[in-house]
Design a protein around this ligand. Structure first.
Ligand code: NAD
Length: 280
């Protein structure tokens, strides 16, 4: 029976620690979030970030736009926030309305304030093995490994999904730690064989029950990043009920990677604050 990698508990520990550190300074670290998309999911994600930021002692400011927003407007806002000394972190919540190019807009953020770690400068540093601000979900996964003393060197890791926000950056972080990484996508052949040869499986697709018991080696470590809805329930990519009988460690959904993502974002904002205020 697998042991649980408790993201909720680990995230709370990080946030309690951050709250204590923030209280030592007269100036508060400050996070600005730009929401230019009317999806309900994005609104929920931003509301969660706001709640956690405020509870942890950050200032939080949201800039919400409707469909009529132009590229120029967002560009001007980002340039203004880049120059604003009271702002330490800037997030552009993705996806944006269809007429806007997320990559182009994110490229305008000052890399020192890019607390999502999506700017090409920060992604490039990550690829070089010399990361500064690391994308929140991959960072949260790596923190969980550290918290539970899971060594990565020499391990075979299967990452399912190759997105710029999870699959690709987590693969780079694992490579940097000396793991042997296979990064799969929807066209990958023989996923089951590769999975059965893996010490660690990280699944980030949004397809429920993609990872089943017959794909998992006994004692393997399973990290479930996926989120999909089934009625009122939130589901991951992994058939948790059956996979937990064979895995060594497993993250639940919810209370696994999700809370670690938000806690890592707060850590990044505090790190940006220390850098920009010359405190480290
Ligand atoms: P995405 O939707 O951009 O890409 C999905 C990836 O999965 C693609 O690379 C695709 O090729 C791959 N894929 C799809 N079906 C596959 C299959 N059958 N076999 C192998 N690969 C397959 O992904 P994303 O933005 O990285 O998000 C992935 C999931 O993770 C979503 O459910 C998202 O909601 C969730 N997510 C969760 C958190 C969190 O904090 N828990 C954070 C980010 C994303």
């Amino acid at each position: 029976m697998a042991m649980i990698l408790d993201g909720k508990k680990t995230a709370q520990k990080i946030l309690d620690n951050l709250k204590q550190n923030i209280s030592k300074y007269d100036k508060k670290p400050s996070l600005a979030v730009i929401l230019a998309n009317d999806s309900e999911a994005s609104k929920i994600y931003v509301a969660n970030k706001e709640k956690t930021a405020k509870e942890t002692g950050f200032n939080f400011k949201m800039y919400q736009f409707d469909k009529s927003v132009t590229k120029e407007q967002l560009k001007n806002l980002i340039l203004e926030l880049n120059l604003d000394n009271s702002v330490h972190g800037i997030i552009v919540q993705l996806p944006l309305f269809n007429h806007l190019d997320g990559k182009e807009i994110i490229g305008l953020i000052d890399p020192k304030k890019d607390v999502d770690g999506f700017h090409p400068y920060n992604m490039g540093k990550l690829a070089q093995g010399n990361p500064s601000l690391i994308c929140a979900t991959p960072k949260g996964i790596m923190t969980l490994f550290k918290e539970y003393n899971i060594l990565l060197q020499g391990k075979n890791v299967l990452v399912i999904g190759r997105s710029n926000i999870v699959g690709k950056p987590v693969s780079l972080l694992l490579i940097n730690e000396g793991a042997t990484v296979f990064c799969a996508n929807s066209k990958t052949k023989n996923l089951k064989q590769i999975a059965l040869n893996s010490d660690i499986i990280i699944s980030a697709t949004g397809h429920k029950n993609l990872v089943t018991k017959d794909m998992v080696k006994e004692g393997a470590i399973i990290i479930d990043v996926g989120i999909s809805r089934e009625g009122n329930r939130i589901r991951g990519d992994v058939d948790f009920e059956n996979v937990k009988d064979i895995a060594g460690w497993i993250t639940p959904v919810p209370k696994g990677v999700g809370p670690m993502t938000i806690a890592s974002l707060m850590e990044n904002t505090f790190e940006a604050f220390l850098t920009l205020e010359g405190l480290k």
